[in-house]
Design a protein around this ligand. Structure first.
Ligand code: HEM
Length: 109
């Protein structure tokens, strides 16, 4: 948790700064902007690391919260099942998008 937390400070604050503050912030974000960033392996690796570390860090933290607060065994069990299913889905979908993103697909605008 501490190592992923330290890495997340750089990854998340860097992400926030670039996407929300630098050079017009969110107003300049569109398909072309994302396509431009993901054409670079550097930003692909950055986003992949941020996805995996935030997901695993957040899910592990939430596991602790569930253990602390769920009173019944059944509640604890099902909350964790939902948590783990969401982790697998989000990690799969996010990783899939980063690796298969195609900047040449037609857009409506
Ligand atoms: C920005 C950088 C971050 C740092 C430095 C950081 C650091 C930490 C640390 C040191 C802990 C305590 C671990 C322990 O109990 O030993 C923790 C817990 C936790 N973190 Fe992070 N974290 C960061 C980002 C995130 C993000 C992005 C999420 C969500 C996706 C998140 C969700 C959690 C949760 C749910 C807990 C458990 C809280 C609890 O036990 O009550 N953290 N974090």
């Amino acid at each position: 948790m501490r190592v992923s937390g330290l890495a997340l400070i750089v990854l998340v604050l860097g992400h926030l700064f670039i996407m929300n503050i630098l050079d017009g912030g969110v107003h300049r974000i569109n398909f072309a902007f994302v396509a431009g960033r993901w054409s670079s392996p550097f930003w692909q690796v950055w986003d992949l690391l941020m996805l995996w570390l935030a997901e695993l860090h957040g899910a592990n933290g939430l596991r602790t919260v569930i253990n602390d607060y769920a009173r019944k065994d059944g509640t604890r069990f099902w909350l964790k099942i939902m948590l783990y299913v969401s982790v697998v889905l989000i990690l799969f979908l996010g990783t899939y998008v980063i690796f298969t993103f195609d900047a040449t697909i037609p857009t409506t605008h």
